[in-house]
Design a protein around this ligand. Sequence first.
Ligand code: ADP
Ligand code: MG
Length: 725
Amino acid sequence: MQPSDLLSQHFRIDIGHQKALKRLRISTINDLLYHLPARYEDISDVQSVEGLEKGQEAVVYGQLSGLKTRKAWKSKKPIAEGYVEDGSAKIKIMWFNQPYIAKMYADGMYVKLAGKVAGSEGKLYLSNPEVEPLDALPIDRHDSIFKDTETTDDTIYPVYRETKDITSKWLYHTVLKCFEKDVLKTLRDPIPEAILKKYHLPDLATALVWVHSPKKAEHAESARKRFAFEEVFYIQVQKALERAAVSAANTYTFKTNPEHVKEFVDRFPFTLTESQDKSITTILEDFNGTHAMGRLLEGDVGSGKTAVAATTAYAVATSRPPEGLGKKLEFGNLQVAYMAPTEILAKQHFESFIEYFKHLPIQIGLITGSGCQKFPSKSNPDKPTNISKAQLLKWVKNGEVPILIGTHALIYKSVEFKHLAYVIIDEQHRFGTNQRKQLAKKDARLPHLLSMTATPIPRTLALTIYGDLDITLLDQMPAGRKPVITKVIGPAQTDEMYEHVRSELLAGRQAYVICPRIDEPDLNKQSAINAKSVIAEAKRLKKNVFQDALIECLHGKMTPKEKDDVMRRFNNHDIDVLVATSVVEVGVNVPNATNIIIEGAERFGLAQLHQLRGRVLRGTHQPYCFAVTESKSEKTQERLKALATAKNGFELAEHDLQFRGSGELYGAKQSGLTDLGMEAIKNLKLVEAARNEARHLVGQHPDLRKAFPLIATRVAAISETLHME
Ligand code: ADP
Ligand code: MG
C-alpha cells in the first residue's frame, strides 16, 4: 500500500461511501490519513445506562427517542420527556419547565447527557440533564477500542468530522487498517528533519499514529501541534513565495514632494491623526522604493482609511510615468484603481473622492455592475455624469482618467489601464499577485498594492492571511469622536430601549436594527430557532414599536439595485429605521444614524459586534448601541460586557480567539485554514515559527520545486484552493 494509492484500490467502497468521501475530499490513502479527528472524547467518566443508580451524577452517550412535551398531572407545569438508549439499556429523561427542549432535539439524534439520576427503583430517570448533540456515537464504548491496551488512565477516542453516509467509526477503522498494511513505512515526511527537531515535533509516521489512535492525550496533542504547524507552514511558504515574486517584479518608482502632499491634505475639513500621517509617509516611501509595495492598512471602523487612500492616490495621479518625464504629454499620469466590495461602498468612495479632488484637473471614473460615471461632467463641472462603459474604458485605457473606482467590475478583462501604478482594495481579502498582474495587463510593471481592512482580526491570523504583506495599523481615532454608549439589553429592558430610540427618532436621528437572519426559520439548525428575522421584525416594529417611523429592510437576498436603492433612501433620510442583516457591517456611512439595536447579539463574535457598532460612529451626535440578548448565561453576559469596555476592535478579536471557538473567528472564512489550522492561530509562537522557517526556506532555496518537491506540491495545492473563489 502506497500513500498515493486510491482508497478504492484497497477497500470495497459502496456508492454512499464514495459520495461521502468525495464530499470530504478524500480519494487517496494519503487524504484519508490527513483527515484528522475533529476532537477526542474522553470516556473515562461515562457510565453505561444499565448500571445507573439513584442519586448518581451520570454522563451517558446514546440515542434519543420518544421526545414529547406534556403538562404535569397536578401542577400543570410543562414537562419535556423522552428516552436515551446506549446499547446496554434505555432510561427515561425528564426536563421540568423546559418544554422547548423536546422541540430542540429530535428522535434518533445522538447525544451526550449529563444529569442526575432520580426516581425510584425500576422507575429511574435522568433529571434535567444537559444535552450535547453529537454527530454520531463514533465508537461504541462497549466494544471499546481501548479494551486490549494496557493504558487505562486515558480513555480517549477520536471523533471525525462526518458527513451523510459515512460515520466517524468507519473512518477510524479504515485508518487502522491502513496502519496494519504498513503504509507508514512508505511515507516520506515533507517537513525537514531539522525543523521538526528544532520545535520538538513528531515525525510524520509517529504523528499519524498519535493523532488517529492516541494512547495518551499528550500524544494526540503533540501530533496535532505538528499537523497544525505543517498547515500554517505551507501557507507561510506560499506567502513567502508571493512576496519573493513581488520583490522580483518591476514596478513604478516615483518620489513625492511633501509640500505637494500638504496642499492636498490641508484642504481636508480636519487635521490628520498622527496615525494617518505616518501611514501616508510610509506609503509614499514605498512608492519611492524599487519593489512593488504590498501593504495592509488595518484600522478600526472610522479611523479614517479613506483619507489615507485619497492622499496616496493623489500622489500617484499627479506623478508621471518614467517615460513621460519631461515630455509634454496631454494625458498619461500614473493611474489608480480603487476597488470596493459593494456598489454602495464604491459609490460612497466615488463621492468622497469628488469632494477631495474637485479643485484639481483630475478626472475620476466609477465602474460598477449597474453602470459607469465620470467626474467632472462636461456641462456641469461640479457634478459627475453617467457615461457608457465603452467610453469610460476608452478614457481609462488612454490614460485620460487617472483614478478609477469600482466594484469587482474593475478587474474584468475589458478594463485596461495605461499606467496602472497603484491598486487600493477596500475590505477585500486575498488579492494576490496574480490578480495584481492581471489588472496591470500588458504593462510589465506590477502596481503597488494597499489593502485596507477594518476587520479586527488577531495578530496571528493577520500574520497568516496576510503573510505576504507588510502591516500598518491605524490605531488612533480622530479627535473629538464621541464613543458609542453600549448597553447589554435583556428581555426586561427592551421597553426602556425602545423608549430611548423613539425619542432619538423624534429628535431627527435614524436607527439600524440588526437581526441574525433574513426570513424563513431554518428548522434544521437548532441555533436558528429563536433568532429574529429581518422581515418579521420589521413588521413587528412597524405595528407595535415605531408606528410613526418609516421602516425598511436590507438583506443579502435583495439585488444590488434594490440594496442600493434602500441605502440611498436611508442616506437621504427617507427611511428612519433600517432593519437589516449584518450586510450593513462593511463600511456603510450614514452620519445621521446614531442608534443601532443588535438582536440576538450572543450569536455574533465580539469583533463583528464591534464592527456593526462602528456603523453609528460617523456623526457628531451621541451614538448608542444596544446588544439585545435573551441568553441568561453568565458567560454570554460577560462576553457582551467586554464590548463596552474594550479599547478597540483588535482587543475584542483577541478576546474572541481565546474565548470562542476559533472556527467562528471573524476573518476565519477567508483564511482557507482548516479547523486545526485555526486552532494553531491561538499560538503566536507557532505561527511566528512557521513564518520564520518559511521565509528562511524560500530565501535559501529560490527553486523550491527542486530542493523540496513535497513541500512545493502541497503549497501549489493550497494556492489553488485559495484562488478558487
Ligand atoms: P474608515 O476607516 O472606516 O474607512 P472613513 O475613512 O470612512 O473611515 O472615515 C470616517 C469619517 O471620519 C469620515 O467622515 C471622514 O471624513 C472622517 N475623518 C477621517 N479622518 C479624520 C480626522 N483625522 N479627523 C476627523 N475626522 C476624520
Ligand atoms: Mg472605509
